[in-house]
Design a protein around this ligand. Structure first.
Ligand SMILES: [Zn+2]
Length: 237
């Protein structure tokens, strides 16, 4: 009797696993969400949110080209509609285009979010012929229902390394952005910047310092999909 009770209890416990239990390791195991990648290869993914922006994005692209760096742009559909040339240029220069909703809503329902993702993906496809599979939630906010819904549509949710949130959108100063990135760089990092949403001169000036420094340390700058798909070799520990 006791054994049956214990079995029932454990079955109930496992069966009642809530979203709160589904932490990072659960989502990494299912592959539904990515924060960063465990690798020994010196590769990092630079990511830029909220663009395209007529001034900032062009400057970022110039810098990336100078250092032969590839990046991932999580773009807002409404901005892409205004500046399709920048989306096309980003794509042509080998960067990855990813989905960051259409209007950047902070409190969208799952249905509204799905509509926004579809609208933006269709727009990106019409500009580039490329259909994004990566999605970054607005403000990095997600819940189980959202992840399941977007996963069903084939999207992977991309966050960023906890130690690589530059907070550049707050305008903390060029050196703070630079130090945040350089002090913590590890192979497989996903680094968060913003090229849209306001004046991003600090981001651009920080990149001018970060790119040559990391390159001199032997780092390669790859897209998020390249990072996930492991174009880099696994080195035994
Ligand atoms: Zn954003």
């Amino acid at each position: 009797m006791l054994t049956v009770c214990a079995l029932l209890l454990s079955a109930f416990y496992v069966g009642s696993k809530t979203s709160a239990d589904k932490g990072r390791s659960y989502y990494e195991e299912t592959g539904q969400v990515v924060w960063d990648i465990d690798t020994q290869e010196k590769v990092v993914a630079l990511t830029f949110d909220d663009g395209p922006h007529p001034k900032n994005t062009a400057k970022v692209l110039d810098l990336l080209a100078k250092y032969n760096a590839k990046a991932t742009f999580f773009i807002i559909g409404a901005n892409a509609e205004k500046y399709p040339d920048l989306v096309q240029r980003s794509y042509k220069e080998g960067h990855e285009i990813a989905n960051h909703t259409y209007t950047h809503p902070y409190n969208a329902s799952v249905t509204e979010l799905q509509d926004e993702l579809q609208q933006t993906n269709e727009l990106i496809y019409s500009i580039t012929g490329f259909l994004p599979e990566l999605f970054r939630p607005v403000g990095g906010n997600y819940n189980e229902q959202m992840i399941n819904a977007v996963a069903d549509e084939g999207y992977k949710v991309v966050m960023w390394s906890y130690h690589q949130d530059t907070q550049d959108w707050k305008g903390p100063g060029v050196n703070k952005i630079v130090n945040k990135v350089l002090n913590g760089t590890r192979p497989g990092d996903v680094i968060l910047f913003h090229d849209g949403g306001g004046n991003r001169d600090q981001t651009v000036r920080a990149l001018e310092k970060i790119l040559p420094k990391l390159q001199s340390q032997g780092y390669k700058f790859v897209t998020v999909s390249e990072l996930i798909n492991g174009n880099q070799k696994e080195v035994a520990k």
